[in-house]
Design a protein around this ligand. Structure first.
Ligand SMILES: Cc1ncc(COP(=O)(O)O)c(C=O)c1O
Length: 388
C-alpha cells in the first residue's frame, strides 16, 4: 500500500498494485478497469452482425494498458475470439502467462527464423511472400505438424502485404505446400477514420482478390480487414473477423468507456507572488498571486512534453492548467482556483473527475499526435493497478 502523508499529517492511501505491477511508493499510478474493458467488448460485439469473430488487438502492451492482464481477463470472460500482437516476443509473453486464445502475429516477417519460435508457442504467423511460405513449410517439417498461417495483402496501405495479382501465386503456394495450412487472408485499411472513398477502393481490391482466390478453388476460413473505425462505420468491411483495438480501450469516442485512468497526488504546494517563474527555461510566469502544486510525474512516465503550458489536470473535478515545462519526473499545475486543494489530494491526468474528463485523445490533440501514441507511451515506471 502506498501511503502519502498530507500537509496536515493525514495519511492518504493509493490502491495496492496487483500483478504484474510492483508495490509502489510514488503516488502515481494507472487504474485499468477490467469491467470497462468487458463492457466495451460486449458493446462492440453487439454492434456487429452475428457470426463475426473479434480479434482484440493487444500489441504495444495492449496500447499501454498491459497485455498480459488484459489478455488473461479477455480469455476468462470470453471477451474476444482472437488476440492480435505485433511480434513473436509479444505473443510469447502471452503464452508464457497462460493465454491459450488463438494469437495472430500481425508483423514480424523477418528474419524468418522467428517463425520457428512463433510456431513452437502456437502463434499464427502472417506470410506475405513465396519465401515466407517455403520457410514456414520447413518449420512445419521441423516441428512435425502442419502450421496455419494468414496471408497479408496490401490493398493501399503500402506497408507489408502482397499486391494483387502477384499475391495469387503466394495464395496458391500456401495451398500447394505440404505442412502449411491456409487459415486466413487479410488486409489493413489506412484511412478507415478519414476517407470513406479510399476505404471503399481498398475493400474493392480486397474483394477482387477474394473472388480470384475463390475462382482458383482456394477456400479461406477467416477473411478480415477492419480495425475499430471500419468495423463500426463500414459494415461491408467486416467479413468473418474484425480487429479492434482503440474502441475496446474506450479511446474511440462516444459509446465506449475509457479503460485507463492515470492518477497522481499533489506532493508539494506553494503560494507565490505574481511574476514568479515556473519550471525549466522560466517559460511561464504567474500573472497573479498563485497556488502552484507539484505532481510526481513527468515525461519519463510518458507525459508528452508538449503538454507544457497547454494541458490540464483535474483536481476536485476542476481543470487546472499545467504551468511551466514538464520535467522528467515532475509537473507543476496552477491550483489557485481550487482553494480546497491540499497536499495529498488526487490529480487526475487521464480520466474523469466531477464533470470533467481528460483523455488520451486530449493529450494527443494538445501534443499534435494520435491517441495510439499517447496511450502506448505511458511508461513502464507507472504501475498499472487492475480493478475488477
Ligand atoms: C493490422 C492492424 N489491425 C488492427 C489494428 C487495430 O486498429 P484500431 O486500434 O484502430 O482498432 C491495428 C492497429 O494499428 C493494426 O495495425
Amino acid at each position: 500500500m502506498a501511503a502519502v502523508r498530507g500537509a496536515k499529517g493525514q495519511s492518504r492511501t493509493a490502491p495496492v498494485a496487483s500483478a504484474p505491477s510492483q508495490r509502489f511508493f510514488r503516488p502515481t499510478w494507472a487504474e485499468v478497469d477490467l469491467q470497462a474493458l468487458l463492457l466495451n467488448q460486449r458493446r462492440f460485439r453487439a454492434r456487429l452482425g452475428r457470426g463475426t469473430k473479434v480479434m482484440f488487438v493487444v500489441k504495444g502492451d495492449a496500447y499501454g494498458h498491459g497485455a498480459v492482464p488484459l489478455a488473461r481477463w479477455t480469455q476468462e470472460q470470453k471477451g474476444a475470439d482472437w488476440l492480435g500482437v505485433s511480434s513473436v516476443e509479444e505473443g510469447v509473453a502471452l503464452r508464457e502467462a497462460g493465454v491459450r486464445l488463438p494469437i495472430l502475429v500481425l508483423g514480424s516477417l523477418y528474419p524468418f527464423e522467428t517463425f520457428l519460435a512463433g510456431v513452437q508457442y502456437q502463434l499464427t504467423p502472417t506470410v506475405a511472400s513465396l519465401e515466407g511460405v517455403q520457410r514456414l513449410a520447413e518449420v512445419a517439417r521441423r516441428v512435425g505438424r502442419p502450421v496455419r498461417c494468414h496471408l497479408k495483402l496490401d490493398t493501399g496501405m503500402g506497408r507489408i502485404g502482397m499486391g494483387w495479382p502477384s499475391g495469387l501465386a503466394v495464395a496458391k503456394s500456401v495451398v500447394a505446400t505440404d505442412g502449411v495450412e491456409f487459415e486466413g487472408v487479410y488486409t489493413h485499411l489506412s484511412c478507415a477514420e478519414s476517407d470513406p472513398e479510399f476505404t471503399r477502393m481498398q475493400l474493392k481490391r480486397f474483394k477482387a482478390a477474394l473472388s480470384d482466390m475463390a475462382r482458383a478453388g482456394i477456400r479461406v476460413r477467416l477473411r478480415h480487414a477492419a480495425n475499430s473505425a471500419a468495423a463500426l462505420g463500414c459494415p461491408a468491411s467486416r467479413f468473418d473477423l474484425v480487429r479492434p483495438g482503440l474502441a475496446l480501450y474506450g479511446l474511440f469516442g462516444k459509446g465506449f468507456t475509457p479503460v485507463l485512468t492515470l492518477k497522481t497526488r499533489l506532493v508539494y504546494l506553494k503560494t507565490v507572488q505574481a511574476g514568479t517563474p515556473i519550471g525549466y527555461g522560466a517559460s511561464f510566469r504567474t500573472r497573479r498571486r498563485s497556488r502552484i502544486a507539484t505532481l510526481p510525474i513527468g515525461y519519463a512516465d510518458g507525459m508528452p512534453r508538449l503538454l507544457s503550458n497547454r494541458g490540464r489536470v483535474l483536481v476536485h473535478g476542476q481543470e487546472c492548467p499545467i504551468v511551466g515545462m514538464i520535467s522528467m519526473d515532475m509537473t507543476m499545475i496552477d491550483v489557485t482556483d481550487v482553494p480546497a486543494a491540499r497536499v495529498g489530494d488526487e490529480g487526475v491526468l487521464i480520466g474523469a473527475s466531477g464533470r470533467s474528463r481528460v483523455g488520451f485523445e486530449d493529450w494527443a490533440a494538445w501534443s499534435k499526435t494520435i491517441p495510439y501514441e499517447t496511450a502506448t507511451r505511458l511508461g513502464p515506471r507507472v504501475p498499472r493497478v487492475y480493478l475488477q
